[in-house]
Design a protein around this ligand. Structure first.
Ligand SMILES: [Zn+2]
Length: 428
């Protein structure tokens, strides 16, 4: 260390003192003395500035991290071999940690630090940006494993867009991430047919969560609230997480956004023929699958929409006679045949509510007598309407209702405040 560097540690009075001592030593050394006289030892203490512990602790040696992404067909030993890491370490690690920890996924980030002897000092297997397995070799040679998890920040973001082309095109133009747009389509999928129902001038606004870690965006969370204006209909959906951690979307008053089905679309009936893929047809006298349920009932008995949905067919259709078909969300379709007449206002493109009368029992088409032939399709496949598991559409639990309404009010105010400023982005 250069002298000038050392100098600054000595307060002036010490420098003066030190100078006197040096002078004294010179005098002692050069002063004539008798051989019998003992030389005295002169010591002095220098007051060094106090140092904190942090200053005295040697800095952690910087770890030299290396890393790789897991490729198709990789196991830990394949990856270790490719990276010139020790095969013995693979055996040690496999013996010390649960198998699922070292079962690698394609694309997974793996990082490690090796010792001068090319052995693993530390190995990190990323599960997500928020969680990773840390495997390290202790000083005693043993392998230690821990799972570390971090907590991300969920930042609310406001967004709004008017549709000129499509939900996805105009949503993307407004800077809304596609994952969020998919959520919109799913939430409103029971009420809006995004392929056919969207009109120029439809608009939507929403608050969604951006997930951040250390201030960096790492993904997107849930939509908290969304409003969709579709051809003059205003639809709103509010997220609610119940006590069991189930996330669902409800209307602001607490009705599920998912829609339920009536098991039977008619009130007074006798089932005259069940769903049967191998039925002998009563008129054609051949094996013809019966792809629906027949309800014998007097002509004129009201037939009700099994669920909320959109009328996609309301007309004559060959052997089915007068038919109404309803699309419910993106996955479900119901079909009502042999009707004597249609319900009021039941026309293609119109929305109907569950329980709404969409027609009346008759015997139009290829039919042996007054009955309703009812079909239920899931993803385009005919299912037994009496047995198929119907989607649940529970409204908010009584016990959650108060909490839900508080949350719903808050979110609606948020959305209104942001719609007023009409700017996409920061919510803070
Ligand atoms: Zn039938």
């Amino acid at each position: 260390m250069p002298f000038s560097g050392q100098m600054q540690y000595f307060p002036l009075k010490h420098l003066v003192g030190a100078g006197l001592v040096v002078l004294l030593m010179i005098l002692i050394v050069f002063w004539p003395r008798s051989d019998t006289e003992n030389t005295k030892q002169h010591t002095f203490v220098i007051d060094l500035p106090e140092m904190s512990d942090a200053d005295v602790t040697p800095p952690e040696p910087t770890l030299n991290w290396e890393g790789s992404k897991v490729r198709s067909g990789d196991s830990l030993s394949v990856l270790f071999s490719r990276e010139n890491l020790s095969a013995i370490d693979v055996i040690d690690i496999a013996a010390a940690v649960p198998r699922d920890v070292i079962t690698l996924q394609v694309g997974q980030e793996v990082r490690w630090v090796r010792t001068a002897e090319n052995r693993i000092k530390q190995l990190e297997l990323e599960i997500s940006p928020l969680a990773k397995h840390i495997i390290s070799r202790e000083d005693d040679g043993s392998i230690k494993h821990q799972l570390t998890e971090r907590v991300a920040d969920y930042i609310p973001r406001f967004a709004t867009a008017t549709i000129e082309n499509s939900l996805f095109y105009d949503g993307a133009q407004a800077g809304i991430p596609s994952q969020v747009l998919y959520q919109i389509a799913a939430i409103f999928g029971w009420d809006i047919d995004f392929a056919l129902d969207i009109r120029q001038g439809d608009s939507f606004s929403l608050v969604y969560e951006e997930i951040q870690l250390d201030g960096n965006k790492i993904g997107y969370g849930d939509i908290l609230i969304a409003q969709f204006n579709n051809r003059g209909r205003e639809l709103s959906a509010v997220r609610f997480v119940d006590k069991d951690d189930n996330t669902s979307y409800y209307t602001p008053s607490g009705t599920s956004m998912r829609k339920a089905f009536l098991r039977n679309p008619i009130d007074f009936f006798r089932i005259s023929s069940r769903f049967n893929p191998n039925r002998k047809h009563p008129i054609l006298n051949t094996i013809r699958a019966h792809k629906g349920t027949d309800y014998a009932a007097p002509t004129g008995t009201p037939v009700k929409a099994a669920g909320d949905g959109k009328v996609v067919y309301a007309s004559r259709q060959g052997g089915y006679g007068n038919v109404v078909m309803i699309q419910h969300g993106s996955r479900y379709q119901t079909k009502y045949a042999h009707l004597s007449k249609f319900g009021k206002g039941v026309r293609v493109g119109r929305y109907v509510k569950q329980g709404q009368v969409i027609g009346y029992v008759g015997t139009t088409g290829r039919s042996t007598g007054p009955h309703l032939h009812y079909e239920f399709l899931v993803d385009g496949v005919h299912r037994d309407s009496l047995r198929v598991s119907l989607p649940k559409a529970d409204s908010i639990n009584k016990s959650d209702k108060a909490a839900f309404l508080v949350e719903s009010d808050k979110l609606q105010r948020w959305l209104a405040d942001f719609a007023a400023t009409n700017s996409n982005g920061d919510f803070q």
